[in-house]
Structures are given as structure tokens and as C-alpha cells.
Design a protein around this ligand. Sequence first.
Ligand code: NDP
Ligand SMILES: O=C1O[C@H](COP(=O)(O)O)[C@@H](O)[C@H](O)[C@H]1O
Length: 630
Amino acid sequence: MPGKQGQSRRAGAAAPRGNGPAPACTLVVFGAAGDLTKRLVVPALYNLVSERRLSEGFRLVGVDHNRRSVEEWRQGLLDQLRDSVGSDAEFQAEAIDGTAWRWLCERMSYLEGDLNDPETYARLREHLAELERSAGTAGNCLFYLAVGERFFGVAVQGLAAAGLLAEARGRWRRVVIEKPFGRDLASARALNTKILTMMRERQIYRIDHFLGKETVQNIMALRFANGLFEPLWNRQHIDHVQITAAETVGVEHRAGFYERTGALRDMVPNHVFQLLAMTAMEPPISFDADAVRDKKAEVLQAIRPLSRRRVLRDVVRGQYDAGTVLDRTVEAYRREPGVAPDSATETFVACKLKIENWRWAGVPFYLRTGKRMRKRWTEIAVRFHQAPYTLFRGTHVERMHPNWLILRIQPDEGIALEFAAKRPGPAVALSSVSMDFAYRSHFEMAPRTGYETLIYDCMTGDATLFQRADNIEAGWRAVQPILDVWAEAPPSISRSTPPAATARPRRMPCWRATGAPGARWPDRQKEHDDDSRSQDLPRGSGRRRHAADRGEGPDEARPGRDLGVAGVGHPLRHHQRTAAARHGDAAGQPAPRNAARRLQRRALRDARADRHRAPDAGERSGRPIDRADP
Ligand SMILES: NC(=O)C1=CN([C@@H]2O[C@H](COP(=O)(O)OP(=O)(O)OC[C@H]3O[C@@H](n4cnc5c(N)ncnc54)[C@H](OP(=O)(O)O)[C@@H]3O)[C@@H](O)[C@H]2O)C=CC1
Ligand SMILES: O=C1O[C@H](COP(=O)(O)O)[C@@H](O)[C@H](O)[C@H]1O
């Protein structure tokens, strides 16, 4: 959803976004020899050239402390593009178009320099002035900080001291700051405070590449361009939301970064919270950048702070072990190059959060993300309250099927609505069916890295898809209690650790199974069964106890089954093994008797507690009895 900022054309104001070329400018990439530049930024620029989105007055300057000539830099970038052809890299192309590449090459220059050295910025200033004179860049500059987070403040300071952030005579100066923006609330605040003394908020583009994904932007279209969904988009109709960002890749070559970061910092306050914010925010009054960001800030600020008890109960973490992913044998995280053999860094995290506002009170949001999962899969699954069972008593319908709205972010981008339909035949019997929209069957989807839109938006001054200081801080504020509890007494990440072994917040319903859209997912019907079998049981009834005895109640449904991570020794796998031991294994072995008794005791305890509790609106309307929070 592009921001349409009807502002006057001052320096820094957004040009209306369209399909035409962005204004003339120089893009200066700090960290020009690094991974992000060659794998994503330059390929995105190449795509923008192919789409004719860059102006004749565009120039690209690479800055890095690595010594190389401009020819060597270009060659390295071209090699990377070529390597991506036919691979499953983010940049996708059937071949490299020589004309587009030459166009870009002609506009490139390279400056060797250390970001800690003021001399680097002085030389850059001279170079930019020369480009303004000779290449018609209009003096507009976009500084892209594609360097480690420790350089963000340093680089802004260097630019400011060299006078490179001053906007005068209608020219604009903007800075793109990569993630992670800080490593906790205090450092994010400190960084914001520091950079905001040297430039204005509107000059800062804190990037989160998830917002460059079409399907993430489409969440706003789905919600606000349709009359159908928004009336249902609240606690009256939604039971809970599950957000998954699962990757099959491991830590790759980024151990140095990842060991200090972990899955929580790497993914949750930024990417996953962007998905949450898009799903949960109130409608903005326009697509103006600040209108959208106000609403995002509001919803992130409404996330209920987790108490210590809730962190221990509602947040789980895990680390991948050796195993098989996509039919390939993979190493344990602890055996990856650069990772400590006893590393306690989490590569998987799942948590339950509540948003305390009128719309979402009582609706849990379950988030999970991890590396080396069985499938690459990012989705938002919205589960609606269930219809009451009453009408179906005395029919063949044993259980009700929940309605799900699934927003598939990647891969196989699309939207599916699952509902119950009558099976053909004389008996009243139901099946869960799906209406499925796949992007690729309706639209031509040009392969993109996600950075194209974001870079183009920076050039046109549209900050809608970028994080404002308060958005960033609200994200860190929500995860800070988790960081605090983990720092104070790091929960062991070994296989025997109970929090990791549960693989989902306690007492949450099953994670949704994942699989190919439109396909008959082997797990899926089972998942519904697990959920709904217990849902249509009256609380505390003998049937529920019976279900619990069989290990079929939601508390005991097989967590991690659908998105199991690689290793046989992984906590999730461990949990699967222990769950199997409890409930009887696939070969039909009965559960050990004491486990069955334990489950029965739990069911009775629940039933007793329930008798003392007035039914809430959810229950009266057929809400699943097993929803995760008391
Ligand atoms: N790579 C990715 O997939 C993603 C990266 N990011 C973020 O992007 C940023 C860059 O990441 P990435 O490209 O992976 O990092 P890299 O380390 O690969 O690239 C950084 C580059 O900056 C150079 N550099 C280091 N110190 C200096 C210095 N003092 N002066 C000038 N240049 C210097 C590095 O050289 P040298 O190698 O010699 O140290 C390297 O060429 C990080 O903030 C990261 O978190 C965000 C999302 C994804
Ligand atoms: O920023 C990051 O994102 C990627 C996941 O992004 P995707 O577009 O490939 O889904 C993640 O692998 C990486 O660890 C993280 O730093």
C-alpha cells in the first residue's frame, strides 16, 4: 500500500508514488563489499533498472574499508547476480540482461574508506559534489547503512559532521538504517536519541524488508478495501491469531551476528511484529506515512507487558539440532562454523501475547519463528469462533470445524478461507473446505527481492513502509521482559529443558499444520480433528476426559508436529518423543498408565475450576473450550 502524501514539495517531501522513475539522486551504500549489498541491495537496483524506475541522474557509490577497484567491485556484484540465476536465492532471474547491467555499471563508483575515519566522509563530500556537477544528481543523496549495527550511530555522526545531512536548496538527504535497530529497548532508545540530534525523523528510513513484501502490504488491502472482513475483525468473532515465520535455512555464514542475536531479537520485534501490527492495527485515516505509523505504534504499545511468570509460561525457545531438512542432512546449530559448541542461542522462539485494547481484549496472538524448520512458511492464520454445536446434536456431525482465514505471506502467496461444508449424501455430515486465492494465478508476479519497493520509496520520500522511532521502541518494549527474564536466568536450551520442550506456550491450542496451499495436507484434517473433537465437548464432561485420556485434548495435541525442526535431538523432537510416550505411539502402543492418570487428573481439575466460572460470551457462542488463556 503506497503512501500518498499530499504534502507540498519541500525538501524531504514525498513525490507521489507511481510507476515513473524516482527523482535523480546518488545512492551511497556503506558496506559496499558486504553480503547485504551484493545479495539484496544491488540486485534490487538491477530490478529497478529493468523496470525503468531509476532516473538518468541516478548514481551509485559504494563505500567500504575493503580495498578494491571499481571494476573489481562491479565484477563481484555481477558474479553474485549470475550465481543467483536458476538458484533459490532471493534474487530470481532467468538470465542477466546485459543492457540493464551496463546501465547500472556506468553509474557506479567505489570509495575505499573506514567509517570510523572522518576523512572518509570528507572525501565522500567531494565526490558527491563532483557527481552533482557532472551527473545531474540534483544533490539528492540516499545513504544506505548496510553495515553492522555498531556503525549506525558512527556513520550518522560522520555524515552530519561532514555536513552531508544538511538539506538546502531543495535537495534532500536521507539515511536508510538496517536492522537490528538496537539490541534491546535501552540501546534502541539511545540510538534514536543520538541520531535524532543530527537529523530529522523524516530523513530516517528504518528498514524492515518484510514490509517490502507484496503480501505484507496486501494485508491492508484485504482488511480495508473489502467490506467483508473488517466487521468480523475483532474479539467478538476472532478466537485467536497464529503468526508463523518459519525458515528452512540455518544460520548460514552469519554465526558472528546470530550468536549475539538469536531468533527473538532477529525476527520478533521487527518482522513478526510488523505482521502483527498490520493484522491488528486500527484503520488509519489515510495512507499517509504518519497516519499508518500512528496506528502501528498504537497497537504495538497496546501489547500487554509480560510478567516474569508469563514469560516462563508463555514463551518457549529451542535450538536446532542435526537432522534432515528438505531431504538434506544438516548440522546441529552448535556445529555450525563460528557457533560455540555449547551455544545457548535460541534459533526458535514461540510466544503468546495479548493486545489490550477494545478490539482485541481476550484474543491471544501466538507468534513463532525459527530456522531449520521443516518448511519455509510465513503466514498469518486467523481463527474465528466456532459455530455452536447445538444444531448438530443427533446428526453424524461429531465435531465442528473452525473457520480459518489464512494470509500466506511466503511462499505461494495467497489467501485462503476455510469453512465447513456439507458432505454430499443423505446424512448430515461436514467437511472442512477451503476457498483459495493464489497470487500467482491472478497476477503476474515479477520476481523481486522485496528491497525494490523500499529503495524506490526512499527515493520518492514515502516512509509509509518504514519504522518510525516510536514503532521501533514499542517493539523492543514488548520483548524486553523476555530478554530480562532470559538474561537473569537463561532457561537452559538443552533437550531436557521443559520450556523448550513444550514448543508452544502452555495451554495454547494446536499450532496450525502447514503445507502447500490447495493441497490436501496430511496433517491438516487431523489438526482440525484434534482441535474440534475437544471443542464440541462440554467442559469437564466424561467425553473430554476420555479425549484427554487418549491424549487428544488440545493440551496434549502433538506440538511441533507440523513444523518440526531438523534434529532428532531437538527439544521439539524430544517433546514429540515424550508426547508419544505419554499418549501411545504411532504403532498404537497404549500410553503408560500413570500418564493417562495424570491427564485424567488434569481434566478433572479443569472441570472443577470451570464449574466455578461463569461462561463468557465466547463460550456461549460456541468458542472452543480450550482457548489458551484462563
Ligand atoms: N545479510 C543479510 O541477509 C541481512 C543483513 N542485514 C543487516 O545489514 C547490515 C549489513 O549486513 P551484512 O551485509 O550481512 O554484513 P557484512 O559484514 O557482510 O557487510 C558489512 C561490510 O562493511 C564492511 N565494514 C566493516 N567495518 C567497516 C568499517 N569500519 N568501515 C567501512 N566498512 C566496514 C565489512 O567489511 P569486512 O567484511 O572486512 O568486515 C563488509 O564489507 C547489518 O546491519 C545486518 O544486520 C539485515 C537483513 C538481512
Ligand atoms: O532479517 C532477517 O530476515 C531473514 C528472513 O527473511 P526472508 O525474507 O528470507 O523471509 C532471516 O533469515 C534473517 O535471519 C534475518 O536477519
